[in-house]
Design a protein around this ligand. Structure first.
Ligand code: C2R
Length: 162
């Protein structure tokens, strides 16, 4: 099966957050790869990863990083594939540093930035799936089913309020 989504993160310490994006991709049966790639610590690998992503068959890249989170933006600078950036919650500044590092891209090089942390990672997985669903009816169907299940869960939880 061709790998369609590349999930990259600045450090293994980001995995606690990034696994929530991977959980969604697993749930929706979307083939992906996951790797540590850092704009700061492994810049040559980052360039190579981004430059070869399209020819390797990837369709979307999810990039998560914390602190001076340059990975999503630098990846976006080296590919025209859609890049979704996840701000990982940092200890020192609670992820505000990560968010601002990712969200304020200069015009011309977009990164679709999610919320900080777990919810952001979940939404990154969903957004990647939604992009793929444009050309993949199976993914579209599984997304619809998931939406309906989410709605049902919320309605049931509301009933439990009494
Ligand atoms: N922001 C970046 C980049 C990058 O943007 O290239 N590479 C690593 N990091 C971040 O440094 C934080 C601390 O990393 P360590 O836990 O390895 O010290 C992580 O959240 C990582 O994403």
């Amino acid at each position: 099966m061709t790998i369609e989504v590349g999930v990259i993160m600045g450090s293994t310490s980001d995995w606690e957050t990034m696994k929530h994006a991977c959980d969604v991709l697993d749930e929706l049966a979307i083939p992906y790869e996951k790797k540590v790639v850092s704009a700061h610590r492994t810049p040559d690998l980052m360039f190579e990863y981004a430059e070869t992503a399209r020819e390797r068959g990837l369709k979307v890249i999810i990039a998560g990083a914390g602190g001076a989170a340059h990975l999503p933006g630098m990846t976006a600078a080296k590919t025209t594939l859609p890049v979704i950036g996840i701000p990982v919650q940092s200890k020192a500044l609670n992820g505000l540093d990560s968010l601002l590092s990712i969200v304020q891209m200069p015009g011309g090089v977009p990164v679709a930035t999610t919320a900080i942390g777990k919810a952001g990672a979940t939404n990154a997985g969903l957004l990647a799936a939604q992009i793929l669903s444009i050309a993949d009816a199976g993914v579209a169907e599984r997304l619809d089913k998931r939406r309906k299940e989410t709605e049902k869960t919320v309605l049931e939880s509301s009933d439990q309020l009494g």
